[in-house]
Ligand binder design. Structure first.
Ligand SMILES: [Zn+2]
Length: 317
């Protein structure tokens, strides 16, 4: 049997939980290549709505279609722009998904595990997307000369497909990154309002519960060798300690350069707009702006929806 020669580090989290920060810190390591929110590659190459947010640019500031890294990877993989379908499409409508959010506050773990199996079976193109991802990731390893790739795509459907259809020469490591639900929800609402939407704090809390419960159940199925849980607040307060632990989990040696704050240019796509400042060096700042915005309504929404699960993760208030 062929032993895994390459490792995919998949960051699983809700949006606005620090995944771009974590992925970028890992991407500084000389043995890791950070590709970002890789499942959006199709949107970047085909002028989709998501890629438009970034003007279809890689973090090196070139258009993805012109970036030397992505050009080399896609050419080597033999993919034309229009065939680079890397996103697993859910077979469930977004309306049905949204209606099911409160269910995740009360469902048992066995029921969620069954739901995850259904999620994979319902996905429209899971095998094809996973095969395409690994084909591109193989070439990302060759082009970068690195055997470990960091994908910050975050979505559980994507993770399921990448686990289920993993080739034998790849290993996978899931890093479940989570953030205090109040900080996460506040950041999601803030971002929605910046984009002209209303944003709902309670809706964001429901999203937090749903995604984190699904990642927890996935982690139980994988076991400690393939699943690692990390809190955003711990990463920011003790970065060296936690980066050492992640490196050990991945099976690589910790490198001090990950925290030296030197300018860094990567070829990742998607993620937080803050990453464009990373070419000046990565500054780790714990974002706790939410503490000044906890109205009575928000406190009630948090207490009813997310506090029970938050306490399981050690958020003790
Ligand atoms: Zn680039």
């Amino acid at each position: 049997m062929q032993l895994p020669a390459k490792t995919l580090v998949y960051i699983a989290s809700t949006n606005r939980s620090g995944s771009t920060l974590l992925g970028s810190l890992l991407g500084i390591h000389s043995g890791l290549s950070m590709v970002g929110e890789f499942h959006h590659l199709h949107s970047y190459l085909n002028q989709g709505a998501y890629g438009r947010i970034y003007d279809y640019r890689c973090s090196c500031r070139e258009k993805v279609s012109d970036c030397p890294f992505w050009r080399a990877v896609l050419d080597a993989a033999g993919l034309t722009d229009r065939t680079a379908l890397t996103r697993v499409r859910s077979g469930t409508s977004s309306v049905r998904r949204n209606l099911a959010y409160p269910w995740y506050c009360v469902a048992g773990e066995a029921r969620i595990a069954k739901d995850l199996r259904r999620e994979l079976a319902r996905s429209v193109n899971a095998r094809q997307a996973a095969d395409t991802c690994y084909r591109i990731l193989d070439k990302a390893c060759e082009t970068s000369g690195r055997q470990v790739v960091v994908d910050t795509s975050k979505r559980v459907e994507q993770a399921l497909a990448l686990i289920h259809f993993k080739p034998s020469d790849w290993a996978i490591r899931i890093v479940h990154l989570l953030r205090d639900p109040r900080g996460n929800a506040d950041s999601l609402v803030r971002r929605a309002r910046e984009n002209g939407a209303k944003g709902s704090f309670s809706g964001a809390c429901l999203y937090w519960v749903r995604e984190n419960r699904r990642f927890l159940v996935l982690g139980r199925q994988l076991g400690a060798e393939e699943y690692f849980l990390l809190r955003y607040e711990d990463l920011c307060s003790k970065p060296e300690q936690h980066l050492r632990a992640i490196c050990s989990f991945i099976g690589i040696a910790y490198e001090p350069r990950m925290l030296e704050g030197n300018p860094v240019v990567m070829h990742d796509i998607g993620g937080s707009p803050r990453k464009l400042d990373y070419d000046q060096g990565i500054q780790i700042r714990l974002d706790e702006r939410w503490q000044g915005s906890m109205t009575p309504c928000r406190k009630l929404a948090y207490a009813v929806i997310a506090r029970r699960l938050a306490r399981r993760f050690g958020y003790q208030y």
